[in-house]
Design a protein around this ligand. Structure first.
Ligand code: SF4
Length: 429
């Protein structure tokens, strides 16, 4: 264990991809918009409601992204902007106020309402910030009303979560000056519970998660707050937490056995946890995770992989696949590459990996076809055509919807990449 522990403390000379040139592309892109984040956010904050102010297209996107989920009392909906609103014949603000009043009357369980902007609400310049302030005054203190944008003009896929959490940061109460740890980024409840248990066993008891499970449990923040990002797509949320005085703990993300250990170590170091205690608490789960990952190594080692930009999880995933499973990441594309937040990850990527940021989808498809990788990780729109060309694909959205963080999920994460190869092998017989 100590050998691995040393391996995650990259020195300045262990460059990895830290200084590698990045191919920046600004062409056509194939990425979901930020509305998609509502699918996992509405499950997390259990008394929140997400009201998309959008079009039928937005409603259809949410319907298909939510898949087969059927709710007696759904916690997201779309207020459709009709032709009359677009033509300026109706006052969209009045219409919106009526929709919100009806919703809150029908649903007394709602404590936090997000007005979520879309492409159409932006095109008609509907000021949802002012609408949220107006409605917040009207329905306070029972219901807080906030807003953020999930529009495809402004956000990609996981940036919707960043925008949502950034809207929460100014609402966080001021901390009292006692050192505390804040874990930032939506995690499945089962993962959150596991990480919380380990952090408490390490002695870090002043501990909170953002987003919280209840709107009334917003965690306090202040200069004595140290925060660990659990997701790599939270640039704006992190920036706003820093303006509240909190300091980010640099660390790899809690993916794979090694990443989870290094992430926990960053917290342990910041809170001066005795190394023997750290070893005692993490040894067994780390070993379990390492063994669970190693099971999949024979199927994955030596295989090449190519990431199209989608969720911003691409860099940490490529790091797990390269270091713990022996895979060869040929190209790792990501919508945005935050050098500071990904510094510890980039250090650990193989030097030979090409990093690309943004997208010019045709050029990237050409590079992918030329490379003929064993697995392509991409969005739904590219997967079918690539499969038809004989390439094996993995839907990147699955990696966002599946609990993959932490020790106990490390084996499941590895298995997600073995599955498409097995499917392809079965089809070839
Ligand atoms: S917000 Fe824009 S990109 Fe997203 S579904 Fe609505 S119209 Fe489409």
């Amino acid at each position: 264990m100590s050998e691995v522990a040393l391996a995650h403390r990259p020195t300045a000379s262990a460059a990895g991809c830290a200084d590698a040139p990045i191919l920046r592309e600004r062409g056509q892109r194939e990425v979901f918009c930020g509305l998609t984040g509502i699918i996992w956010l509405h499950r997390k904050i259990q008394d929140a409601f997400f009201l998309i102010v959008g079009s039928r297209t937005c409603a259809h996107l949410m319907q298909s992204a939510a898949g087969v989920m059927i709710f007696a009392e759904p916690r997201f909906a779309t207020a459709i902007i009709e032709d009359r609103d677009l033509a300026g014949l109706a006052d969209a603000n009045d219409e919106l106020d009526k929709v919100v009043a009806r919703l809150i009357e029908r649903r007394p369980d709602i404590r936090l309402l997000f007005l979520v902007g879309s492409c159409p609400s932006e095109v008609i310049k509907l000021d949802l910030g002012r609408a949220a302030q107006r409605l917040d005054r009207r329905f306070a203190p029972g219901v807080r009303v906030l807003n953020y944008s999930g529009s495809g003009i402004e956000t990609t896929f996981t940036q919707g979560e960043d925008a949502c959490l950034a809207a929460l940061v100014p609402q966080l109460p001021a901390a009292d000056g006692t050192p505390s740890l804040l874990v930032v980024g939506t995690l499945a409840d089962v993962v959150e519970d596991q990480l919380r248990r380990i952090l408490i066993e390490l002695g870090i008891e002043r501990l909170a998660f953002l987003p919280p499970r209840r709107a009334g449990a917003l965690p306090p923040v202040g200069p004595a707050t140290r925060f660990l990002l659990a997701q790599p797509f939270l640039a704006e949320t992190a920036r706003l937490l820093e303006t509240r005085g909190a300091a980010r703990l640099p660390a790899p993300f809690p993916l794979g056995a090694e990443g989870t250990l290094a992430w926990l170590r960053a917290a342990a170091d910041a809170f001066a946890v005795d190394p023997r205690r750290f070893e005692a608490v993490t040894e067994l789960p780390f070993e379990r995770a390492r063994r669970a990952v190693a099971r999949w190594r024979p199927e994955l080692a030596g295989r090449s992989i190519f990431f199209f930009p989608d969720s911003q999880l691409e860099v940490p995933l490529a790091r797990v696949l390269a270091r713990e499973l022996g895979m060869d990441p040929l190209e790792v594309g990501t919508p945005y590459l935050h050098r500071a937040h990904l510094a510890a990850e980039l250090d650990l990527l193989p030097k030979s990996t090409r990093l690309s940021e943004g997208q010019d989808v045709d050029r990237q498809l050409d590079r992918c076809r030329a490379a003929r990788p064993d697995i392509v990780v991409c969005g739904l729109g590219l997967a079918n055509p690539l499969e038809a060309e004989g390439l094996t694909t993995k839907w990147s959205i699955e990696l966002v919807f599946t609990p993959i963080q932490g020790f106990e999920q490390a084996g499941d994460l590895a298995e997600l990449f073995a599955r498409p190869l097995r499917r392809r092998a079965r089809l070839a017989v």
